[in-house]
Design a protein around this ligand. Sequence first.
Ligand code: M6R
Length: 619
Amino acid sequence: MCGIVGYVGSQSALDVVLAGLKRLEYRGYDSAGVAVLADGGLASARKAGKLANLEKELVERPLPAGATGIGHTRWATHGGPTDVNAHPHLDNAGRVAVVHNGIIENFAELRAELAERGHVLESETDTEVVAHLLAEEFSGCAGLAEAMRLVCRRLEGAFTLVAVHADEPDVVVGARRNSPLVVGVGEDEAFLASDVAAFIAHTRSAIELGQDQVVELRRDGVGDGVTVTDFDGRPAEVRSYHVDWDASAAEKGGYDYFMLKEIAEQPKAVADTLLGRIGVDGALTLDELRIPAAVLKEVDKVVIVACGTAFHAGLIAKYAIEHWTRIPCEVELASEFRYRDPILGGRSLVIAISQSGETMDTLMALRHARDQGATVLAICNTNGSTIPRESDAVLYTHAGPEVAVASTKAFLTQLVACYLVALYLGQVRGTKWGDEIRAVIRDLADISGEVERVLETMEPVRTLARSLSDKRTVLFLGRHVGYPVALEGALKLKELAYMHAEGFAAGELKHGPIALIEDDVPVVVIVPSPKGRSVLHDKIVSNIQEIRARGARTIVIAEEGDEAVVPYADHLVRIPATPTLLQPLVAAVPLQVFACELATARGNEVDQPRNLAKSVTVE
Ligand code: M6R
């Protein structure tokens, strides 16, 4: 949450920072602001609302040109989304400007101290104390980087901070604890940002920052001008990496919304996640996992922790892991995990699933798991992010950047990665024969084409979605792996269309939720294959009849050739036949399209739904 950019170089800092903020707006859009160092002073502007409001303000009241600057796009925590609470925050003399992502837990105490010393703080934010503390420390120490180190040692909580000082016009300083910050290194210029997307148009050379580190960027000989230390000033080891996607991947590419583009990219994303992971003999080669086979053989329990859509991927993974490996698997909301004192040990394998790799709830859950001696494997889409860095091993999904707040291609690729892990466990432990594994891999390899086919047939789903735009409630039903798909369909609709939407296990209907069925309530039913577990299929056909008898309007998602559902479907959406466990990979797609279209018909902002942010870096 919150997007941060810092720049030092020879271009217009304002242009670079604004372009970066545009790329980071998915992280929060309650307000935006910038500060530049120019003519021996510091100039800043900030505005509540989206970045467009700030841009308008800058046209009306331009800032002087400068080549050092910082910017921020906010997801509000402390203090509402007003101009005064927008970042950057300045000290009383207007010499220091700071932007922040995270929460400073001891800010009330620090604020009281500052007030006693005569500082006047104008906002309700936790961030403003940092500007004042930096100003105090700067006057007595060797520069902004040293002042930042001293201040960070006094802060509790999670934070990324980026600051500039008018007395050091060639310097931008950043710091991080439990919140993301990456460095971009260009020719005679350098960048700081919450995400590489902010500077990918300028450089693909990046440096990861570790926990509790301070980075100083200097214009004089940048490259060498990037200095990283810990909070005590000791030089830190840095890891450089090359970003393997380019600026076009972070553009809309002709689509109205990033979400539409990301839905369309799913066939490729699914194929990319399989790429290089299957050997010539058809066996899985997940050497990148770096978890010794001996450890995997000893695993007596798998626990999956994740949030939101990633949690739904975990729920589906449980079916595959237990079926293919016979290892008990629990799936837990990361935000609940550590508070219930889970039973973990040296033989537990904890899988943390996260698109962003920065979700604080998931990060805290994995830290707890490691403290208990468990081995932690991350399934993640973002190279160099905190969750994989803090895990014992990582399997990257190769979805490419996902910008829309609603997760789509990340979900499908998380599923593919989970299937790979499940099969790999089966391979290493000998619970699946080689030819069985090869058969599933062949089915997985076909999925990319099947998703493509689903996407080609979505026009009736769009028409249907538009026709339902005035409904208040949509319900989703599924059984077996279709149940988490129902949860995911409901989540997509809630977050995008702001409608009451709920997913249920179809068998649970009669235990209460069936009371929600009234005349013309749309109910989406994900029907399992009649060929797999036919008992499941028969039961759900009965469930469809039960709700239809009570007036529901049934929207049935069923595989091609399933004729049994036809008499009971008010609307029928066909998906290709797949093996039972893989069906979520095709069944989720119409639900994404449905939610996106319904949100559009209701006039909602598809890529930036209200109150949400893409990367949730607070608990
Ligand atoms: O980055 P993560 O995968 O850890 O994010 C987890 C959830 O916040 C995320 O999936 C969220 O639920 C999406 N907005 C759903 O579309």
